[in-house]
Design a protein around this ligand. Structure first.
Ligand code: AMP
Length: 374
């Protein structure tokens, strides 16, 4: 067992198994490349940082002529309206008409490679093959195929042999996985202005949870003028719900970004029964579920006062206008309040008095969670 930052990891794939996986990839690549008579040898492109150990071991198993280059992929917000700019750093080969083999340590959703592939294609390469030591087939959801796979693993968070947890663990000889913990997934519920965001921050600190606020994710996307942001803006400005299909897809991808989380606080989600069903279904893929819904109870006049007050410095358009605020509360009563029944039927619903000092309300939430855990 080892500890990296605040998390504990247990041995998962030992050196022998890693060696076997490397040999398997090497053999398959050799079968495809060793008897070729092309003028130029294939060019291997290793994507840093994680792939450095795998690449090194893989190269020692390949005996035909080849070239190798190490690149880093970076994606940053451009200053123009073009949005994200993707680029490969450290890349100075002329790769026109070359056979390329991309070397990755791990492929999960496949998002990174989905951005790398067009960059290489634009450079008019002859062919592209992809080799990875590890693949998470249950989360990989892209159209391109992966040609050489060392080992398939489930959606667990792994470190070692080049892979890191927040930069630690890359130097480990073997691969470790996050020690199983029973995930504490909480839906923090209540009408707009109930104090969900404020209280979520305090629960995160105490229980080591990941706070996922759909409203925050939407606002981030609006600010950065992404496609999702453009789609959501009209609904949010009017105090209406963003369509389920869009919201669910967005939330699922946020959950997938955090395989190391020991639990989530869902803030602002689910807001409809369809969303509640979707949440159950993708948490079940991780062998877990919502454990508790904590519903902050606050009367309407108090909510409107709080939101108008918050609107003075939050900069949120939907907080500035009483009509929009009242509409959000109406939408909550008409469309969202039913979600409480959903969890009530499963005996997971706890109502918390949401009026009083912030500290007192926090204490009520702590007490409810501690009683559940004990
Ligand atoms: P919030 O910050 O939770 O008050 O959310 C602000 C706005 O984002 C809402 O009024 C909705 O327009 C949109 N939104 C947030 N979460 C959801 C959700 N689960 N379903 C649909 N729309 C949402």
């Amino acid at each position: 067992m080892i500890k990296l930052h605040n998390k504990t990891f247990v041995p998962y794939i030992n050196s022998l198994e890693i060696k076997k996986a490397v040999k398997k990839v090497a053999q398959e690549i050799s079968t495809d490349f060793q008897n070729r008579t092309d003028k130029q040898p294939p060019l291997f492109i290793a994507i840093l940082n994680g792939s450095f150990m795998f690449t090194s071991d893989l190269m020692k198993e390949l005996s035909f002529n080849l070239e190798i280059s190490f690149v880093k992929f970076s994606s940053y917000e451009g200053t123009s309206s073009t949005g994200n700019i993707n680029q490969l750093i450290g890349f100075n080969h002329d790769i026109k008409n070359r056979d390329i083999v991309i070397v990755e340590d791990i492929i999960d959703t496949g998002n990174t490679l989905e951005k790398v592939l067009p960059i290489l294609n634009d450079l008019n390469v002859k062919s592209i093959k992809i080799a990875t030591l590890l693949l998470k087939p249950t989360v990989f959801n892209k159209k391109y195929s992966i040609n050489y796979v060392g080992l398939e693993i489930p959606n667990t968070f792994v470190v070692g042999y080049g892979l890191d947890y927040d930069e630690l663990g890359r130097n480990l000889k073997e691969i470790y996985k996050l020690k199983d913990t029973v995930m504490l997934n909480i839906v923090l519920f209540g009408p707009p202005g109930a104090g969900k965001g404020t209280q979520a921050a305090r629960l995160v600190d105490r229980y080591n949870l990941y706070h996922l606020s759909t409203g925050d994710v939407f606002r981030y996307n609006i600010k950065n003028e992404t496609e999702l942001g453009k789609l959501a803006k009209g609904y949010i400005d009017n105090g209406q719900l963003v369509p389920d299909e869009v919201t669910i897809k967005m939330l699922e991808s946020e959950v997938e970004k955090h395989p190391e989380a020991e639990g989530f606080i869902f803030d602002g989600f689910p807001r409809t029964e369809v969303q509640a069903d979707a949440l159950e279904s993708f948490l079940s893929k991780r062998n877990t579920s919502v454990k508790l819904m904590l519903a902050l109870d606050v009367n309407e006049d108090e909510l409107v006062n709080r939101l108008l007050l918050r609107g003075k410095d939050s900069g949120r358009a939907d907080d500035a206008n009483e009509e929009v605020i009242r509409n959000r509360i109406k939408v909550y009563n008409d469309q969202t309040a039913v979600v409480a029944d959903y969890y009530n039927k499963q005996n997971k619903f706890i109502k918390i008095d949401g009026v009083g000092s912030i500290d007192d309300i926090t204490q009520r939430l702590f007490d409810a969670i501690d009683t559940f855990k004990s």
